[in-house]
Design a protein around this ligand. Structure first.
Ligand SMILES: Cc1cc2nc3c(=O)[nH]c(=O)nc-3n(C[C@H](O)[C@H](O)[C@H](O)COP(=O)(O)OP(=O)(O)OC[C@H]3O[C@@H](n4cnc5c(N)ncnc54)[C@H](O)[C@@H]3O)c2cc1C
Length: 386
C-alpha cells in the first residue's frame, strides 16, 4: 500500500513531523502557504522563552549538522525561522519535500462526505483528498495520511468582550496591531502617542516591554480581562527565566503604574470607530478615548474551515483536538504535562491528526517540547497502521 503523508504547514512542528515521517518510511510532502517558519517571522525580535535545546528534536539537530545553534541559545522568532527552519527544510532529509506558497483550502476523504461511515474503519481505506492553491492555480492531491500543523497564529481572536467582535471591529480591524512583529515595526511611530493595549498574556507582557523604553514615552492604556492586580499569570519558581522576567515586569508596572500607564481591569473593547484618523474606542466599563494605535494581543484561534468535510472530534471549549483538550484539562503550567495515551492523541478521523499548536486550539499552554513528544507518538502509531 502507498504511504503518502501530507503535512500542512512548515512551522517548527510541521518540519519535525515531516522529518520523523520520512524516517519511518512515508513518502512525505509539506505544504506551506507562505514561507518556511512564517508564524515565527511575525514575532519580529521577540525571543523564545525556552532555550533552543528545548525547541528542536535531536533528530532535527542532527539534520542541521554543524549549523545548529547552541543548546542554551535564546533565539528570536526570526532567527529560528532563518537560521534553523529554512536550513532544515533544505537539508538532505527534507530537500524537495517542502513546497512553499501552497495554501491548503480543503481536506476530505475521496468520495466520502463527513456524514459517510463516521468512526468506521472503512473510512480509513479511502485516501484523503486535498485542494491546494498555489502559484499555478488550484490543484488536488491525494494522501493516505495527513498531519495538520497549520498553527493558530494566522487568526487573531477578536478584541471584543467575551471574545465576540467589538462593534466596528470588522471595519477597523485591519488597523489593529495583532502580532508582536507588527508592533515592533510600528514602534518608531508610537513614541509620544496614545496607545491602547488589549490582552494580558505573554504577548501583551512582551509588547509592554517593547513600548516601555520608548522616548518620548507613549501614553498607554492597558485593558485586561483579568481583574487581578498583577494580571499576567506568573508561575511559581518558573524555570523559564526569560518568561519569568517579562511577566513579572509587566505585572510590576500594572500593580504600581508609572505616569505613562493606565490599567483598566476586568474589561474589554465594546466598540471601535475611526472616523478621522485616530481610533475611537469605548471599553465595556464605559471608559475609553481616541488612540493613535490599538494593540490587540488577545490570543489566536485555529482555522477549522478547511477541515469541514472531516469527521473530527473538536473541543467546544478550546477548538483544538477534543481528546487532547480533555486530557490537558487541569494543566496550567505548560511545563507540567500529564502522561497521554494513544487514544488521547486520536482525532476521530483515522490517519489524520492535528499536531503542534493547532492541536491545543485556544489553550495557551502549548510548548514545542510537548509538541515534539506528541508527534513521536502520532507518527509511530501511523507507521504501525498505514
Ligand atoms: C510570541 C510567542 C512566543 C512563544 N514562545 C514560545 C517558547 O518560548 N517556547 C515554546 O515552546 N513555544 C513558544 N510559543 C508557542 C509555539 O511554540 C509557537 O506558537 C510555534 O510557532 C508553534 O509551532 P507550529 O509549528 O505548531 O505552528 P506555526 O509556527 O504557527 O506554523 C504553522 C505554519 O502553517 C502555515 N499554514 C497555516 N495555514 C495553512 C494552510 N491552510 N495551508 C498551508 N500552510 C498553512 C503557516 O503559514 C505556518 O508557517 C510561542 C508562541 C508565540 C506566539
Amino acid at each position: 500500500m502507498s504511504r503518502r503523508l501530507v503535512v500542512v504547514g512548515a512551522g517548527p512542528m510541521g518540519l519535525e513531523a515531516a522529518l520523523l515521517a520520512g524516517e519511518r518510511g512515508f513518502d512525505v510532502m509539506v505544504l506551506e502557504q507562505d514561507r518556511v517558519g512564517e508564524s515565527l517571522r511575525r514575532w519580529g525580535g521577540t525571543r523564545f522563552f525556552s532555550p533552543f535545546g528545548m525547541n528542536l528534536s535531536a533528530r532535527a539537530v542532527r539534520a542541521l549538522g554543524d549549523g545548529a545553534p547552541a543548546e542554551d541559545a535564546m533565539l528570536t522568532g526570526v532567527e529560528m525561522a532563518e537560521q534553523v527552519l529554512e536550513p532544515l527544510a533544505a537539508s538532505p532529509a527534507l530537500r524537495g519535500r517542502v513546497r512553499t506558497g501552497r495554501r491548503v483550502t480543503a481536506i476530505g476523504r475521496a468520495r466520502l462526505t463527513r456524514r459517510d461511515l463516521p468512526g468506521h474503519p472503512l473510512r480509513a481505506e479511502r485516501p484523503f483528498r486535498l485542494l491546494v492553491e498555489g502559484p499555478g492555480g488550484e490543484e488536488t492531491l491525494e494522501a493516505e495520511c495527513v498531519l495538520d500543523a497549520s498553527g493558530v497564529y494566522g487568526r487573531p481572536a477578536h478584541v471584543g468582550v467575551g471574545g465576540l467582535p467589538a462593534r466596528g471591529e470588522a471595519a477597523v480591524g485591519a488597523r489593529l496591531l495583532r502580532h508582536l512583529g507588527t508592533v515592533e515595526t510600528a514602534i518608531p511611530d508610537l513614541a509620544g502617542r496614545d496607545l491602547l493595549l488589549v490582552g494580558h498574556g505573554h504577548s501583551a507582557a512582551n509588547a509592554l516591554a517593547m513600548l516601555e523604553g520608548l522616548r518620548p514615552a507613549p501614553r498607554i492604556t492597558w485593558a485586561t480581562r483579568s481583574g487581578h492586580r498583577r494580571p499576567c499569570v506568573e508561575i511559581a519558581d518558573d524555570p523559564l527565566a526569560e518568561r519569568q522576567r517579562v511577566t513579572a515586569r509587566a505585572n510590576d508596572l500594572a500593580a504600581d503604574p508609572p505616569p505613562f500607564l493606565t490599567v483598566e481591569r476586568r474589561t474589554g473593547v465594546e466598540s471601535l470607530a475611526a472616523p478621522n484618523g485616530r481610533i475611537e474606542v469605548r471599553l465595556a466599563n464605559g471608559r475609553g478615548g481616541a488612540f493613535d494605535a490599538v494593540v490587540g494581543l488577545t490570543g489566536y484561534r485555529p482555522d477549522l474551515s478547511f477541515l469541514s468535510e472531516l469527521a473530527l472530534e473538536i473541543s467546544p471549549a478550546s477548538e483544538g483536538a477534543l481528546r487532547l483538550t480533555r486530557a490537558l484539562a487541569s494543566v496550567t503550567d505548560c511545563l507540567a504535562v500529564p502522561q497521554l495515551s494513544d487514544r488521547d492523541l486520536e482525532s476521530g478521523e483515522p490517519r489524520f491528526a492535528l499536531v503542534g499548536s493547532k492541536s491545543y486550539g485556544r489553550l495557551p499552554t502549548f510548548l514545542l517540547r510537548t509538541g515534539l513528544a506528541q508527534i513521536e507518538r502520532i507518527v509511530d502509531r501511523l507507521a504501525s497502521v498505514a
